[in-house]
Design a protein around this ligand. Sequence first.
Ligand SMILES: [Zn+2]
Ligand SMILES: [Zn+2]
Length: 378
Amino acid sequence: MKRFINIVLILTFAGLCACSKASSDLIVSIDGQENNITKTDYQKIEEMVNVDDEKDYDLLLEYLFYQYDVKVVEEMDILQGDTKTTFQWKDIADSTFWRNVSSLEVDDEEYLVDKIILRTGGDAKFEKHSITDIAALTSEALSIPFGEKESGFSIPSGSMEHVVWIFLDGFGYEGYQTAEEEGFIPNLSIIGELYPAYTIYPPKTSTSTAALLSGLDSRENGVWAPGIRDLTVPSIIDAVVDSGKHMTIVEGSSTPFNYPNAEIILSGDRNGDGSTDDNVFENAQKAIAEGIPDLIMIHFHGIDDAGHTYGPYSLEWNEKVSEVDRMVGQLIEQLPEKTLIVLFPDHGMHSIVGDSSLGTHGNLRLDDMGIYIILYQK
Ligand SMILES: [Zn+2]
Ligand SMILES: [Zn+2]
């Protein structure tokens, strides 16, 4: 009989354990809105990021916040019992990892957390548009079927004969604003209408390009981590080609993403001046002169490269911005009538203190996530 009581006690105790397990969930409060994060939620997000069995990605905590559509984080409180620790997101964004449901690593320190309180930032003016609008806009302008989504821009359907994408790598909204104030972009600042927008998370070239081509957010298009180079959803390139039209992509020395079906012109740094932009410019001029394709993407990498190496707003960055501005001005002059010109960056950039690099991007902060779309109908 005593033995039976023991078993009952053990069972009761096990039952209690199962109950108290629920408290190992993580509560995330975003601007006062509480969300309960379970082990299953963690596993789902972890699997989406660690898609490559060969590599093991650290899971940045930002992936969790982006699930709730957070674009910019200002501050985070970590609650452990009665202890509260406050962090400025800019200081820790890149060194805050999600190790398990309620286990975090912040700046090499482990924390077992009861609750996270997040204060977001950004600006409502960025909410109206997204890098994911550009595919729909292009399909509308050329009157080709693509996806369900509307771009939110008012370009009459089929009103354009050509669409030109001028892809200004790493030249985000804040970079653009600063360059305009300093007078470095006399051409860009008078071309067409500028619409503030957000890019997707993580704000990196490959992931943003996937969103650009698919018209879908990184949470929807399967390209959620750097290192994935193929889309598993339809791309605007396929839609253009399926409509019997032609797309050309003028790239630097390599392609950051795979572009099946497009004609790719790799430019390289032929004159060895340390930049591919002048070569991209020449190849773009040539492609336009030889009979402009229905859709052409011209990818200037130099502002991003200068930003990484010398830092955004450095002398070298300023010079590169001015140079790209001149090239874009000349290209636009060369373009025929009935062309829709779409200028946009894939993401922005922020300064860092480093040995080999003074700029980077990839976090939920406004200088990385804030972009723009400039439209000009020629
Ligand atoms: Zn980029
Ligand atoms: Zn970059």
